[in-house]
Write a new protein. Structure first.
Length: 201
């Protein structure tokens, strides 16, 4: 795994060690990326209006504080704040909404039709999907992204980190991405990765 494959709270080195500067917004051929704190706003910004499938890999409880510190968020926030914001977003959207995270956080979200383990890039996560009647179970997040690329036009991820599942979506022919993270350094990393990807298509 290279340094910017996946943004995990388990990473010991911080962005500043790599001399990266944060950015607030970028737009490329396939992607709009921007800094956005969904816990603070408890809703999604207008950039997400045209998304037709949401997928997020939300932090584990222990990761919340680490990610907040990295994003220089001053306010103390915990799993209850995260659950409140996610509940508000999930109940407002009519679009398919898939989320991989810890069982603990899942237990604080609306009850989905199905909840099961899924193999994500670095580990197994608990997966649930809302507003989706199909009876399909995905074994891996790559399989999910392949399905999304074939059946939907625009994927949205408001905990995008370095965008690993989003690059799977593109690999399978996915067209458009709306991505945000509260850490502007993630947006900078995503922009560079996206530009490199788009150079070669
Ligand atoms: C498990 S990581 C997601 C990793 C990502 N899928 C990747 O490929 O790198 C969770 C992400 O959520 C972001 N995050 C945490 N709290 C957030 C908040 N309040 N608003 C937006 N993003 C947040 C973190 O900065 C982190 O990048």
């Amino acid at each position: 795994m290279s340094r910017f494959d996946y943004h995990t709270a388990l990473q010991s080195k911080n962005f500043s060690d790599f001399g990266i500067k944060g950015i607030k917004y970028f737009k490329s051929k396939k992607c709009v990326g921007f800094q956005y704190d969904f816990v603070e706003s408890k809703s999604l910004s207008k950039e997400y209006d045209n998304v037709d499938f949401f997928y997020v890999e939300a932090p584990y409880p222990k990761g919340i504080k680490i990610f907040d510190e990295r994003a220089k968020v001053k306010k103390q926030r915990g799993i209850e704040d995260f659950a409140k914001a996610l509940n508000s977003i999930i109940t407002k959207t009519r679009k398919p909404f898939a989320i991989s995270t810890s069982k603990h956080l899942h237990n604080k979200l609306p009850t989905p039709k199905m909840r099961y383990q899924i193999k994500a890039y670095i580990c197994e996560l608990t997966f649930a999907i809302y507003n989706w009647e199909k009876n399909i179970q995905f074994k891996t997040t790559e399989q999910l992204m392949k399905y999304v690329a074939y059946n939907y036009k625009c994927v949205g991820d408001f905990c995008c980190g370095y965008g690993q599942p989003l690059f799977d979506f593109l690999k399978y022919g996915g067209q458009k991405i709306v991505a945000s993270d509260h850490n502007d350094l993630c947006i900078s990393v995503l922009k560079e990765k996206m530009e490199n990807y788009e150079k070669n298509i």
